[in-house]
Design a protein around this ligand. Sequence first.
Ligand code: GTP
Ligand code: IMP
Ligand code: MG
Length: 356
Amino acid sequence: MVSIVVGGHYGDEGKGKVVSYLALKDDPTYIGRAGVGPNAGHTVVHDGKKYGLRMISCGFVNPKSHILIGAGVLVDIKRFMEEVQMTGVGGRITIDKRCPIIEQAHKDADKDANSKKIGTTGSGCGPANAARVNRTAKLARDFPELKGYLGDVPTLVNDAIDRKEEVLIEASQGFGLSLYYGNYPYVTSKDTSASTAAADLGVGPTRVDDVYVIYKAYMSRVGEDPFVHYLSDEEIAGSPVFAGLLKKAEEKGLQGTGNQKIAQVLGEVGTVTGRPRKIGSFDYELARYSARVNGATQICITCLDKLFPECAGAREYDKLTNEAKEHVKVIEEKVGVKATIISTGPDVYDVVDLRD
Ligand code: GTP
Ligand code: IMP
Ligand code: MG
């Protein structure tokens, strides 16, 4: 079985959390990182430890799984080495020999006026992908320090599929950030849909069984674009849930606009950039469209506990409050796909798993 996990909104939906849960639950032979590169910041909390990962899949938490980085993904060597140390996966990780390498010049170029206008992460991804298209980028195989980690990822993955083993693919960013389908030009440097994630690892479309599209129970956005679902003061006042969060923020003496106060209560600060994220109400239309383009077979809703604190840590459907159940039901109905994984806390196992 091949399963792909992708973001259905603007990134930071909690793909890292969902992937780490699926990794432990489904015991994949291979867990592959797809997506753009180290512009992503995926977070996993396991055994009381919090990991912020930009290169290595959050699926590393399963010590039996072998970790991959697909040829589609840009590699920052320094960051990669740091994460190998942090996670201890040195003996069970393979980078495709064709991964392009991000160099200092790419990072420098990612601070120019256009990058500022878009509000990029500054990680060098856009300029490195441009160099790849120009066929001037260096590849992983050109760097002796990576020698012990290199391999042919498509062969490994397709052999495992032939043996009927589990393969889990972790994409990065979200549908609204797709170079093809997102809010251009405020997008990342590549398509972010499931088809591209499969191609990143060298998996053909006929071999994919499941696509999990992840949404947060509300929306967050980093970057400089106009964000249509941005919560204004009036909308906050008109929503019992958001008005409650604002009240909590004010009791804590948090500073900023109403939206920024809510962002702080929700803990919405960028993993890579440290910037406060903009908060929005759930965009059903984008969610439905992204489920279609991704070919969603199941959807996952994360951070339900942040809107409905009584649900924190729930692992059974019946432990969710009626309001929370209703929120999930409306999303399912409007998106048209069943919600099978509901996340109720940052810990790997804070999940209501409704899969068959
Ligand atoms: P990108 O690839 O950067 O788009 O990231 P991502 O989709 O992996 O999400 P990221 O880790 O950046 O952000 C999600 C944040 O929410 C992290 O801090 C997680 O620990 C946290 N989180 C995920 N699921 C839940 C949940 O259900 N409840 C709570 N309280 N926190 C959660
Ligand atoms: P870049 O990918 O660094 O070029 O940034 C382009 C746009 O995508 C900017 O709006 C970034 O904030 C956004 N972006 C890139 N990666 C992520 C991510 O992992 N989470 C959320 N936003 C992201
Ligand atoms: Mg993130």
